[in-house]
Write a protein that binds this ligand. Structure first.
Ligand code: KG4
Ligand code: ZN
Length: 333
């Protein structure tokens, strides 16, 4: 029997609803983004985000059902992101999911947003285990071993800022628009690695650090401005991106060497970065490993990945009751 899951994602600044069949086939997907509004403030304003989710959620649910030519009665379960993210934003999705679950008597499945990013890969091609999972988003930078569905072991994580956060801050200090990742990537294409920036963590752990690199860029910009010197923004974007991505490559290389695992999946907003993809392709070729990265649409926040991550839980009947609460933090392991 085919299983249809209606999934809701409202953890940050995208209101998204999807219908996913058997955890791998997207039947309908709707995303409305609030980026234009938050861009005016240079970042996400939580109060504005939750209000906009409230305004959008029923329309996005209707739009997704229409695109899929389906009714809620056709669904087997309702899935929703409950953590991590902005509390007020998560609440809008969770309340909508609880309401649909109650009215239509459908099981409720709670999904961790980061696990959702990993399962976005199942929308491309079924993940085979064991694998290395690299999560690179606005709030997280983690390297995990995934032994089976929902079986994670953490190798390392960032000790301070996430890589996406560093992209966003660096973009802001050189006057690029929010979100910073795509703006830096675009500009870096025109630049050369002419600025010397510190390498983050030159040790043999799997931990990451991005605050030193971020501060080095901020200090460099301030010092040059004080001296009245011009900054070559494209060169700075390229220099920053090289160091930021190299940090990821070094840690994944260490994991290839030490674990012998020959599969890598990359997940989270920063996985939309082409340069990161190219560098990881080179690394994976060197170690004869396979690389899986979702298409652009499934790299950044969307509900299809939540529907994909909900499927193994559906099969195991891991359902939530109406006491389900949101959480701004949410560790995978
Ligand atoms: O996963 P995501 O959409 O939201 C969170 O769960 O955090 O990730 C957002 C982050 C932002 O920091 C954004 O700047 C970054 O992903 N990002 C990128 C690119 N596209 C989005 N970073 C680098 N290059 C990109 N092309
Ligand atoms: Zn995300």
């Amino acid at each position: 029997m085919d299983i249809y899951i209606l999934a809701i994602e409202t953890s940050c600044d995208e209101t998204s609803v999807a219908i996913v069949k058997n955890g791998c086939e997207v039947i309908g997907l709707s995303i409305t983004t609030q980026i234009d509004i938050h861009a005016k403030y240079g970042g996400v304003v939580p109060e504005v985000a939750s209000r906009m989710h409230t305004e959008a959620i029923t329309l996005v649910i209707e739009d997704c059902l229409e695109k899929a030519h389906m009714k809620i009665e056709d669904m087997n379960a309702i899935a929703v992101t409950y953590a991590p993210g902005l509390t007020g934003s998560l609440m809008v999705g969770v309340e909508a999911a609880k309401t649909l679950s109650l009215i239509y008597n459908l099981p409720l499945i709670a999904v961790n947003h980061l696990i959702g990013h990993i399962y976005a890969n199942n929308l491309e091609s079924k993940m085979e285990f064991p694998l290395l999972a690299l999560i690179v988003s606005g709030g997280h930078t983690e390297l995990l071993i995934m032994e089976d569905d929902y079986k994670f072991k953490r190798l390392g994580e960032t000790m301070d800022d996430a890589i996406g956060e560093a992209y966003d801050k660096v973009a802001r200090v050189i006057g690029l628009s929010y979100p910073g990742g795509p703006s830096i990537e675009r500009l870096a294409k025109e630049g050369k690695h002419n600025y010397q920036l510190p390498q983050p963590v030159m040790d043999n752990t799997y931990n990451f650090s991005y605050s030193g690199l971020k501060s080095a860029v901020i200090n460099l910009v301030h010092n040059e401005r004080q001296r009245g010197n011009m900054i070559n923004k494209a060169d700075l974007a390229k220099s920053f991106q090289d160091v930021a991505v190299d940090e990821l490559v070094r840690k994944v290389e260490l994991a290839f060497k030490n674990t012998g695992i020959k599969r890598l999946v990359i997940a989270g907003g920063v996985s939309a970065n082409k340069y990161l993809k190219e560098e990881m392709e080179v690394l994976c070729n060197k170690y004869d490993a396979t690389l899986l990265i979702p298409r652009m649409l499934y790299c950044t926040d969307n509900a299809a990945m939540i529907g994909a991550a909900a499927y193994p839980k559906y099969l195991k009947h891991e359902f939530s009751d109406y006491s389900l609460n949101v959480s701004s933090s949410g560790e995978i392991v």
